[in-house]
Ligand binder design. Structure first.
Ligand code: SAM
Length: 288
């Protein structure tokens, strides 16, 4: 009989997935992890009742969280990922031949192991890349202690509760700012602003306490329901966000990437935010 899994992220609206097969269901040391198969989206991972990724649409989020900061930066060699246990962001980061090193700090080793076993196409061997340094630890503690700096930091975390709560604070972003090289870029998953406006305004305020330039860019992922989702952008160098079109085209060509969502045009356009998202940012900046 078909079992249904409901997402419990939003208090008054739920999306449900029909599972034709449950592959893994267990309480790990940190969260409830379930991986199941759905006829429309392929294999689906949920943590604490929240959709993390599906095989069918993960490419959108992972291409955009990796290629926008790396190609916007232009000279990135060292990348830090906080979270990202499924390995999709790592996969996209390491597709850049110019990336020499990527440390990924994931709090929950079970997410890495179960994603490798049940959703192997997501990491696609990235954990075995000699440029990858996987650390199973709390990202909050890691950024306080690490010494060697990074050019790009990608915060690919769960939503701001449970183990991820402390990843959304001004203090955490302050530690990140200190371990970025000059001109470095930080990006952070910032939720679906139509349904989670307070998440966006909180991130706006806490990033702005640490960086000269903060903004958001928008992407559309079918299984992050409620309209566009946003990724936060922070840097002390305003030239990194949207380089000149010819420069961005050249960087993309030189990278040798072929993508299904990212393109230099999509990169630039993603920073053009609709009015209602600008309003949420504005209100946050005024401290309301
Ligand atoms: N791409 C998906 C998304 O947008 O939701 C998946 C994100 S990935 C699965 C999120 C990961 O962040 C989880 O594996 C979770 O264990 C990890 N995480 C949460 N809090 C963390 C922390 N404090 N330090 C390191 N990783 C953390």
């Amino acid at each position: 009989m078909t079992e249904w899994f409901s997402e419990t992220l939003h208090p008054h609206w739920r999306q449900g997935f029909a599972a034709n097969k449950v592959l893994f269901r267990e309480k790990t040391e940190h969260q409830d992890l379930v991986i199941f198969e759905n006829d429309t989206f392929g294999r689906v991972m949920m943590l604490d009742g929240v959709t993390q990724l599906t095989e069918r649409d993960e490419f959108i989020y992972h291409e955009m969280i990796a290629h926008v900061p790396i190609l916007g930066h232009g000279l990135a060699r060292r990348v830090l990922i906080i979270g990202g246990g499924d390995g999709g962001t790592l996969r996209e980061v390491l597709r850049h031949p110019s990336i020499e090193h990527c440390t990924m700090v994931e709090i929950d080793g079970a997410v890495v192991e179960m994603a490798k076993e049940h959703m192997p196409s997501v990491s696609a061997g990235a954990f075995d890349d000699p440029r990858c340094n996987l650390v199973i630890a709390d990202g909050i503690e890691f950024v306080k202690a690490v010494e060697k700096p990074f050019d790009v930091i990608i915060i690919d975390s769960t939503d701001p509760f449970g183990p991820a709560e402390g990843l959304f604070t001004a203090e955490f972003y302050g530690h990140c700012e200190k371990i970025l090289t000059p001109g470095g870029v930080l990006v952070v998953q910032a939720g679906v602003p139509f349904l989670q406006p307070s998440e966006l305004s909180h991130i706006q305020r806490t990033l702005a306490a640490n960086f000269r330039e903060t903004t958001f860019y928008a992407i559309t992922v079918p299984t992050y329901v409620g309209g566009m989702m946003t990724l936060g952008w922070a840097s002390n160098d305003p030239t990194r966000k949207v380089p000149e079109p010819a420069t961005l085209e050249k960087r993309f060509r030189d990278s040798g990437l072929t993508c299904r969502y990212y393109s230099p045009g999509v990169h630039a356009g993603a920073f053009a935010l609709p009015g209602f998202i600008q309003d949420i940012r504005q209100t946050a900046s005024l401290g309301a």
